[in-house]
Design a protein around this ligand. Structure first.
Ligand code: CP
Ligand code: NVA
Length: 302
């Protein structure tokens, strides 16, 4: 039966270890110039309804490095943008392709696509979730810290797709998650209720970033204004102004804490330049690992 990756719950416990070990090997082999052709003759369709730099490049290059190809499809330039239904698109594309990656607005669209498609569907970001990002980030934490078991991850900022996906990760894996979000900008209510019930090491939501950051092993943030929220820009900048990773906040975390950001970043807003460009920041390694982890995901699903 085909397997999708629409959220973190789609993965079974054993899948996590499988992804980490494959990604580690693929990364090492790439550095040593050892080629792979596990996806020779396979094609991934990539539907983008929102902008992307990392997701597009890492999936496209990842498919190429594994011997397959990727097609960049935007709804503007396909019949999806002219009203062709998800059901027709998904069934028909399943006859041409071996997998589909979608970045769009509604999580339901991705779920509907997966329901009608007979090939694996990968969520490349929705308004609600970004599973490929958090899986890559967990791999980066393992690389930097040896293991994520028992570590405290502090997420500071908007209760958005990245925050929601961290909550799902904390429900499946032994990480302590603390979040600091301003009132009215909490993570998705349903995701939080389920996450808290199933959390391995606890999930705590604070209002004060200093409380969330205390003794953290990882300080994580994301933009205050996500794609699709551009009209709220000015209002959000005021509301979020204290939810910034800066030197003062970094002092609250453990001395050897690492700083993470999924990127793109807005220096001077959710994070200061001295911190994101400083010695504790791992954001570029984090972006690189999207490639290795997604190649592992593609090998497993396709
Ligand atoms: N982090 C991330 O998904 O980046 P892009 O929006 O550039 O794909
Ligand atoms: N929360 C951001 C993440 C970008 C990778 C957004 O949805 O725009």
């Amino acid at each position: 039966m085909k397997k999708d990756l629409l959220n973190i719950y789609d993965l079974e416990d054993a899948d996590f270890e499988k992804i980490w070990s494959k990604a580690k090997k693929l990364k090492k082999d790439l550095k040593n110039g050892k080629p792979h052709n596990s996806l020779q003759g396979k094609t991934l369709g990539m539907i983008f309804d929102k902008s992307s730099t990392r997701t597009r490049i890492s999936f496209e290059v990842g498919m190429y490095q594994l011997g397959g190809i990727a097609l960049f499809l935007t709804s503007r330039d396909t019949q999806i943008g002219r009203g062709e239904t998800i059901s027709d698109s998904a069934q028909m594309m399943s006859r041409y392709l071996n997998g589909i990656m979608i970045r769009t607005f509604s999580q339901k669209s991705v779920e509907d696509f997966a329901r009608y498609a007979s090939i694996p569907v990968i969520n490349g970001l929705t308004d609600i979730l970004h599973p490929c990002q958090i899986l890559s980030d967990l791999f980066t934490i393992k690389e930097k810290k040896g293991s994520y078991d028992g570590l405290k991850i502090a997420y500071i900022g908007d209760g958005n797709n990245i925050a929601n996906t961290w909550i799902e990760a904390a429900a499946k894996l032994p990480i302590q998650l603390s979040l600091a979000c301003p009132e009215g900008y909490d993570p998705d209510r349903k995701i939080m209720i389920k996450g808290k019930k199933e959390a391995k090491e606890g999930i705590t939501l604070y209002r004060d970033p200093l409380d969330a950051a205390k003794d953290a092993d990882v300080l994580y943030t994301d933009v205050w204004v996500s794609m699709g929220q551009e009209s709220e820009n000015e209002e959000r900048k005021k509301i979020f102004k204290n939810y910034q990773i800066n030197k003062r906040l970094l002092k609250e975390a453990k001395k050897n804490a690492i700083v993470m950001h999924c990127l793109p970043a807005h220096r001077g807003e959710e994070i200061t330049s001295d911190v994101i460009d400083g010695p504790q920041s791992v954001v570029i390694d984090q972006a690189e690992n999207r490639l290795h982890v997604q190649k592992a995901i593609l090998e497993i699903l396709l």
